[in-house]
Design a protein around this ligand. Structure first.
Ligand code: SF4
Length: 677
């Protein structure tokens, strides 16, 4: 298959004599993705960069007002700059009159980086305790160190050690360390002394220090590799390879995603992990269409027939594909044939599943029909055995019927509400009251309120569960949330709704215990896990925004939805927040309105509430649809099954719940008697 690869050499040759400097941040980007470096350098060389978004907010802060961020990425940049400014203030308080702020580069008059360095000279020759924003050019690399802090060693040597401020709260990343090692090397070049330590000022307020000698070899080796990657004579081709950085990458929507679309890339194949994609690509199967076109005549293990009911639509998809491309459908397997028709190294079951997924997606794309394929009962029961505890119930076989006491829950959180801490600012749910659905929102605009509201919501759930043990709390874990978790590097604590609720009670054992009891009793049901363990669809992912369409839920359409309680309840407005990250951005503008010099607009909360309400209503509709499908599918039972597996801990938790119930009765009786006296 022909690829649209580019090499760093291409742009080097095409932009004659343009001097391009490596920077530590580019090295960091290269660590994440080689293709990023290629695109970034090409972009710079062609001077297509629109405006300088890295401009620090120093001047803005001096004026007292910061320009509102343009988008989510801009918001993160500003948060990083704010953190840096706070660190600067701390140093100024600690070393009054001894913090040197390097004059800014005169970009308005096109001052080059090297002229800037010439102009400022070497402030390390002075006696400042701290130097802020020190630029370096060394060994073909340039960068600006946040802080250099004067340090005196036991042997009397005085040296500046580099310190960078980073938003991360859980620890410095590999790239942060590399940046600092570059500054250490540049300091040695200027002063003749290699700093012994480098430091990161984390968003949590902690400082993480590293001994330079321990990482020196690593820095030298990586520097050599990245220089090689930039050399037109040695640069290799780079392709976009999906990674955790893609979600935030500036080239995602402009370059890589369109390329993957053009190439019909396997990155869009739902359920395919990188190892699967690599195994398929290795034998010449690099597109969704080529995987879909395999038949049992090609690979024996594909002996289970594709659902006959879908064959007709697959034929339509093949015909449409051929008409559009002007090629024979089977021609897409040319690479696989030419490479010897080797069977990819993927377990049979998994290969079969991926193949079926490729066909479902091909039908969706070329025949415009999205089908849902449910696994058989036996297959689901077998898979349940691999899961632990209450997670064994997470499939459609054991999905409870709806009850009048059920709750559909979702929350909205801001991972960088402040530099030090995130905030869950909205817990929203729907439940029935007098037979009618109502939307309930618990808002929290600071940490104390967050804890109070989280406690109140758990108390409410716990008491309701005691009254109505059939009650379940349904939620749909979001991919957007995982995306946010990537930024904060707090994947474990931000990726599941239970973990998020739990995190609100870290210092509050009673609520945490109640939450755990509800969890042990299987009260929380994650419909994303249920869907994933039960079915495949023609969608590229299990995102709620896709899955809700199966249930007939379409956002922004005039429907009889429970009110959010906000005025101007225009249903189409929730469309302005397309993703969870959009809700974060909206809340940022609300909660930090003063900083940005904008009105504290309640309409922003209204938009967030509508978005949240739509999510919980969609979750309910999906639950209803799954139950209907379970009845409709011949291969599935008509009613909720009870898992035949022993659930460790269930008996114990039930005893606990019973004990709690009896305690409540006794306490009530004592209260009644006291009142009667
Ligand atoms: S979108 Fe992903 S693959 Fe493309 S350059 Fe960015 S990180 Fe690399």
């Amino acid at each position: 298959m022909r690829r649209l690869s580019v090499t760093t050499g291409d742009y080097y040759n095409s932009v004659a004599k343009t001097q391009i400097m490596l920077s530590p941040s580019k090295i960091t980007a290269w660590l994440e993705c080689e293709h990023y470096l290629t695109l970034k350098l090409k972009d710079e060389a062609q001077n297509r960069k629109k405006g300088d978004k890295t401009t620090k907010i120093t001047k803005e802060l001096a004026s007292g007002i910061v320009e509102p961020p343009e988008d989510f990425a801009d918001m993160l940049r500003k948060k990083g700059d704010l953190h840096e400014q706070l660190c600067l203030k701390d140093y100024q308080a600690k070393y009054p009159g001894s913090v040197f702020e390097v004059p800014e580069r005169n970009e308005a008059e096109y001052e080059s980086f090297s002229l800037w360095i010439d102009r400022i000279g070497n402030p390390m020759e002075g006696s400042y305790s701290v130097i802020f924003q020190m630029p370096f050019i060394h060994d073909g690399i340039r960068g600006v160190a946040d802080f250099l802090v004067q340090t005196e060693y036991e042997d009397g040597q005085t040296v500046y050690e580099p310190v960078d401020s980073k938003l991360s709260r859980t620890g410095a990343k590999q790239g942060h360390l590399l940046q600092l090692l570059f500054y250490a090397e540049a300091i040695e070049a200027k002063t003749g002394i290699l700093p012994r330590q480098v430091h990161v000022l984390l968003g949590s307020g902690e400082t993480e220090s590293f001994n330079v000698r321990n990482y020196w070899w690593y820095w030298k080796r990586l520097k050599g590799q990245v220089k090689k990657a930039m050399d037109p004579n040695t640069a290799k081709e780079t392709d976009p390879v999906k990674c955790s950085h893609c979600g935030f990458c500036e080239f995602h929507y402009t370059h890589c995603r369109p390329q993957w679309e053009r190439e019909d890339s396997l990155v869009f194949l739902s359920g395919a992990r990188k190892a699967h994609r690599d195994s398929l690509a290795e034998v010449g199967i690099e597109t969704i269409t080529s995987l879909a076109s395999l038949t049992s005549a090609d690979i024996d293990t594909l002996n289970s027939t594709f659902p006959p009911s879908l064959e007709e639509d697959f034929s339509i998809a093949k015909a449409n594909w051929s008409a559009k491309s002007g090629k024979e459908f089977r021609s897409v397997l040319a690479d696989w044939h030419s490479q010897g028709m080797i069977i990819p190294e993927i377990e049979d079951d998994q290969l079969f599943k991926l193949w079926r997924q490729a066909r479902l997606q091909s039908i969706a794309e070329h025949a415009n029909k999205v089908h849902a394929y449910f696994f058989g009962q036996e297959e689901m029961e077998e898979k349940a055995l691999d899961r632990e505890g209450w997670k064994k119930d997470q499939c459609i076989l054991y999905l409870p019927e709806m009850s009048d006491h059920d709750i559909y829950l979702d929350f909205e959180g801001h991972p960088f509400w402040s530099i030090e801490e995130g905030l869950i600012f909205l817990f929203g749910f729907i439940e029935k009251e007098d037979g009618e659905w109502k939307y309930v929102a618990y808002w929290a605009h600071d940490k104390a309120e967050e804890k109070r509201q989280a406690g109140a919501i758990i108390d409410y759930f716990f008491e309701k569960f005691q009254k109505y043990p059939q009650m379940r709390i349904y939620h749909y874990n979001h991919t957007e949330r995982s995306l946010l978790a990537d930024i904060t590097q707090e994947a474990d604590s931000m990726s599941s709704i239970l973990a998020i609720l739990g995190s609100a009670f870290q210092n509050s054992p009673p609520e945490l215990e109640r939450l755990e009891r509800l969890e042990d009793q299987g009260v929380f049901v994650d419909l994303l896990a249920v869907a994933r363990n039960s079915m495949q669809t023609g969608f590229r992912s299990f995102s709620l925004k896709e899955m809700e369409k199966l249930a007939g839920f379409f956002r922004g359409q005039d429907r009889n939805l429970p009110s959010t309680g906000f005025q101007d309840d225009d249903p189409s407005e929730s469309g302005s927040i397309e993703r969870g990250a959009g809700a974060v951005f909206e809340y940022e503008l609300y909660s930090n309105a003063e900083l940005y010099g904008i009105p504290k607009d309640e309409k922003r909360l209204g938009r967030i509430a509508r978005y949240n309400r739509d999510d919980v209503v969609a979750t309910r509709d999906l639950h209803e649809w799954l139950l209907k499908e379970r009845k409709r599918q011949d291969k599935l039972p008509n009613e909720t099954l009870t898992p035949s597996i022993d659930h460790e801990g269930y008996d114990l938790s039930e005893t606990q719940i019973e004990r709690e119930r009896l305690q409540a009765i006794i306490i009530d009786e004592i209260k009644e008697r006291r009142n009667a006296l």
